[in-house]
Design a protein around this ligand. Structure first.
Ligand code: PEP
Length: 253
């Protein structure tokens, strides 16, 4: 089954509006001939409408890094799925480990956010991953099972048709430590069969599973060569257009 690779850049809390637009436009020029890979960048909420407007005629998609699950109301400081959609988002990254670690994100809030994203026609990118301690305690698969099952609870495969899963071992994010090919291969195969068990073979075969965690131009080709890896979620190395394009053009490396 063919799954077009998705290379997504998570810009985290970096770049002012003008800086984000400048990088986005640099990237747009570098991506003009890209047809075999889908490219997405997720700037901050503030930069989102500026970047989405700047890229409106390009082949680069825009996403958000988070959202709140209520539609509207007295929720000071929060932004709804609908608002991010109206600002130009097509994708929504949900459950990133930094949100789980620093902002109290739980599988329950993740599942509510996935539902809110789907209701607003956003494509959810569900982030999952184990900590170093959990891996050392041989809990990797049970943690991933729980994060996926609870995060997608109550949703049908029709509702999840645009779901993207991103496996991001917490110990590999922003640390320069990348999971080994064997580790990534083992987990991605596990996730593929988990999706089959939870939904169907057809659904599992269609759903893209990204790897994230210190992806850079030096390791991307090897990672993308793994059978069940359908793309990458890239943090640090996506902030610079020249560096990010080398990851996007991993086939040419
Ligand atoms: C991320 O933010 O999802 C990520 C994988 O970051 P980095 O590439 O910097 O490890």
């Amino acid at each position: 089954m063919s799954r077009i690779p998705l290379i997504a850049g998570n810009w985290k809390m970096y770049k002012t509006g003008p800086e984000a637009v400048e990088t986005a436009l640099d990237l747009e020029k570098l991506c003009l001939d890209i047809t075999d890979v889908e490219v997405m960048i997720a700037p901050t909420y503030l930069s989102l409408p500026l970047v989405a407007t700047a890229l409106r005629d390009s082949n680069i998609k825009v996403g958000v890094q988070n959202l709140y699950f209520e539609e509207q109301g007295a929720f000071t400081g929060e932004v709804s799925a609908q608002m991010t959609k109206a600002a130009g988002a097509e994708y929504a990254i949900i459950g990133h480990s930094e949100r789980r670690q620093y902002f109290g994100e739980t599988d329950l809030s993740v599942s509510k956010k996935i539902k809110a994203a789907i209701q607003s026609n956003l494509k959810p990118v569900l982030c999952i991953g184990e900590t170093e301690a959990q891996r050392d305690e041989q809990k990797t698969f049970s943690i991933l099972d729980k994060q996926v099952s609870n995060g997608l609870k109550g949703l049908s495969f029709d509702e999840l048709e645009n779901l993207v899963l991103a496996y991001e071992p917490v110990w590999a994010i922003g640390t320069g430590k990348t999971a080994s090919v064997d580790q990534v291969d083992e987990v991605h195969q596990y996730l593929r069969s988990l999706l089959e068990k939870l939904f169907s073979k057809d659904f599992s075969g269609k759903t893209r599973i990204l790897y994230g965690g210190s992806v850079n131009p030096d390791n991307v080709k090897e990672l993308m060569g793994i059978k069940d890896v359908d793309g990458a979620l890239v943090g640090g190395a996506s902030l610079d257009a020249e560096k990010f394009i080398n990851i996007i053009k991993y086939r040419d490396l």
